[in-house]
Design a protein around this ligand. Structure first.
Ligand code: ZN
Length: 299
């Protein structure tokens, strides 16, 4: 990739239905601003579309996997797969307000779930522009107690796949309270992982952060940093070379763009927030975050 790319959006979903009207414009606008990106799949179709985008654009890379909430019939966001995935009894309306706040329980509907076939994902994962496996992990926030076992099984299958492909993991870990899912995820990694990776949308405290950092995983942060101080301690205490910037677009739009759909170009606001919280120079932080992405994802 050309050196003129200055920022890296380590976790974005421009493959989602939210960009069906203007996907190419969003991707090219990011390139003009020097923003390279990792487009993350959440099940088979969004993984395949992530790879297709990575094939089409030099500044775009892909991550493939099955999101923990898609391992079973579960909450589903219409901005992700589009209204066609909705059961006929419910309409996928109100995509804008609720879903752009991200991760809310309302505004969505129930998805059918998908069975993880490691062989299919392994073929896809051999592609040179697939830089990570995921997003995979444990989501206890939206899950039914009975699906925890299945989530764990599928998570371990992703870890084993990443080991075989020698590619890093892109983790989605969301606790129901405190740190339960983080502790369980770390346990599975310690037992099975031969590769490292990134903890996307990190939402734990410093004590939890330290465990992942000590284990060699980077932490990535979103636009959430621009409207809460909840993660300032972690952002300040972590070594700069263990942080990544991401948008998680279309979710969690940063200040000053709140109320609009998020997009990769807004990752500069995340970089700005990291620099501000740490009291460091913006350009210095941007440079190091890009270096971190190159090291973790080996592009
Ligand atoms: Zn995601």
């Amino acid at each position: 990739m050309e050196r003129k790319m200055k920022y890296f959006d380590a976790h974005t979903h421009v493959n989602f239905a939210a960009y069906n009207e203007d996907r190419e414009a969003v991707i090219l606008r990011a390139k003009e601003a020097g923003v390279a990106m990792n487009v993350v799949g959440t099940q088979l179709d969004t993984s395949a579309s992530a790879v297709a985008l990575a094939d089409a654009y030099e500044h775009v890379y892909a991550t493939i996997g099955l999101h923990p909430i898609h391992t079973a019939k579960s909450y589903h966001d219409p901005e992700e797969l589009g209204p066609s995935f909705a059961p006929p009894s419910r309409k996928a309306s109100d995509g804008q307000g609720k879903a752009s706040e991200g991760k809310g329980r309302s505004g969505g509907f129930t998805s059918r779930g998908e069975t993880f076939d490691p062989n299919v994902y392994e073929e896809m994962g051999k592609h040179a522009r697939v830089i990570a496996i995921g997003e995979c992990g444990l989501d206890y926030y939206r899950c039914d107690e009975t699906t925890k076992g299945l989530q764990k099984k599928v998570f371990i299958e992703h870890i084993e796949l990443a080991n075989r492909l020698k590619k890093p993991l892109m983790l989605h870990v969301r606790p129901s309270d405190g740190r339960d899912a983080y502790d369980d995820a770390l346990g599975a990694l310690k037992a099975h992982a031969k590769v490292k990776g990134d903890v996307h949308f990190f939402a734990g405290n410093w004590e939890t952060a330290k465990k992942f950092l000590d284990f060699g995983f980077t932490l990535s942060f979103t636009g959430v940093l621009t409207f809460t101080h909840d993660y300032d301690e972690v952002v300040r205490n972590a070594p700069l070379d263990m942080l990544l910037s991401e948008t998680d677009a279309p979710y969690v739009t940063p200040v000053p763009h709140r109320g609009k759909r998020n997009k990769p170009i807004f990752v500069t606001e995340v970089v700005r927030a990291i620099a501000r919280i740490r009291g460091q120079d913006f350009d210095e932080v941007a440079f190091q975050l890009m270096e971190n992405a190159r090291r973790v994802f080996r592009f």
